[in-house]
Design a binder for this molecule. Structure first.
Ligand code: MLT
Length: 283
């Protein structure tokens, strides 16, 4: 843990009813609600540093998306739209009746695009971390379906073996094996049904590129310098497609920027959240 810990505000974990599903949610702090949507195949614990540090100023909320952590899997394919609807359904269950800032990493970013498409009236700002607006190629979608079948047959080990080398950059591999090992454990504890449902959901996700020009809300785009999944060039193009989209590259980080370089990630996020809260012009 690299973030400074705000021990005066307790971490609250509970299960809430979000539509037809029970979602597990961790939260800390008060003030403007900031909701964090995790990447695949992870859970809310990837936001541990943000739950500590940002709760000094804001209400930080980190759910386990359907099929991950301690949330229910739900029926059928876990589409990005269904996950976005879950988040919208979660807000009244948490007593939130004001617009939120939504922070999504990778798969959480795919969910954030769908949240914007369907529920933009609930948004005050958006943070897209290490994600992509383009859909899967036919080949990538076929690979996900094969991996889904393999996961149902063999459990999460093949997913952990395939994902971990891509999630973390060279700096974490050299200096932070404990974080990589903790992430491996999260993946190994994930239900195969949840992983398979999300793989199918990502394989069928829509192309969000056409949304970018229409996105008229404060938006921060963040990418790790060494991201092997969503490259700096790809994310720069994404950011430039959004009117007034801010773009930040986090050094010494791969795909898992909030875990790999929490200090610089949190600083960028804090500056953005402060501007959004004041309602002033973005930098
Ligand atoms: C993630 O980190 O959520 C995944 O890399 C998303 C994906 O597989 O497309």
């Amino acid at each position: 843990m690299n973030g400074s810990q705000d021990t005066s505000r307790p971490l609250v974990e509970r299960t809430v009813q979000a539509g037809q599903l029970e979602l597990h949610v961790a939260e800390r702090g008060d003030g403007m609600p900031v909701v964090f949507a995790h990447g695949f195949p992870l859970d809310h614990t990837m936001w541990e540093n943000q739950l500590c540090t940002l709760a000094e100023n804001w209400r930080v909320i980190a759910p386990d998306l359907r099929g991950f952590g301690r949330s229910q899997v739900g029926p059928g394919v876990a589409t990005m739209e269904a996950m976005a609807d879950d988040l919208a359904d979660m807000l009244p269950a948490l007593g939130i009746d004001e617009p939120i800032v939504l922070v999504g990493l990778s798969m959480g970013g795919y969910v954030a695009f769908q949240f914007w498409r369907k529920h933009r009236h609930l948004l005050r700002g958006l943070v897209l971390c290490d994600t992509r607006s383009i859909p899967d190629t036919a080949e990538a979608a076929a690979g996900r379906r094969k991996l889904a079948a393999q996961t149902l047959a063999e459990g999460p080990a093949p997913v952990a073996a395939g994902m971990l080398p891509k999630l973390f950059g060279p700096h974490a591999r050299e200096h932070d094996p404990a974080t990589i090992e903790a992430t491996r454990k999260v993946i190994m504890n994930t239900l195969p049904q949840g992983i398979a449902a999300a793989l199918e959901g990502m394989a069928t996700r829509p192309d969000a590129t056409s949304y970018l020009a229409e996105m008229a809300l404060p938006t921060l785009v963040v990418v790790g310098q060494d991201d092997a999944i969503s490259s700096v060039d790809e994310m720069r193009t994404l950011a430039h497609g959004i009117k007034d989209g801010e773009f930040v590259v986090i050094p010494r980080s791969g795909h898992m920027t909030p875990l790999e370089n929490p200090a610089e990630f949190n600083e960028a996020l804090e500056q953005f959240l402060t501007r959004v809260e004041r309602g002033g012009p973005q930098s």
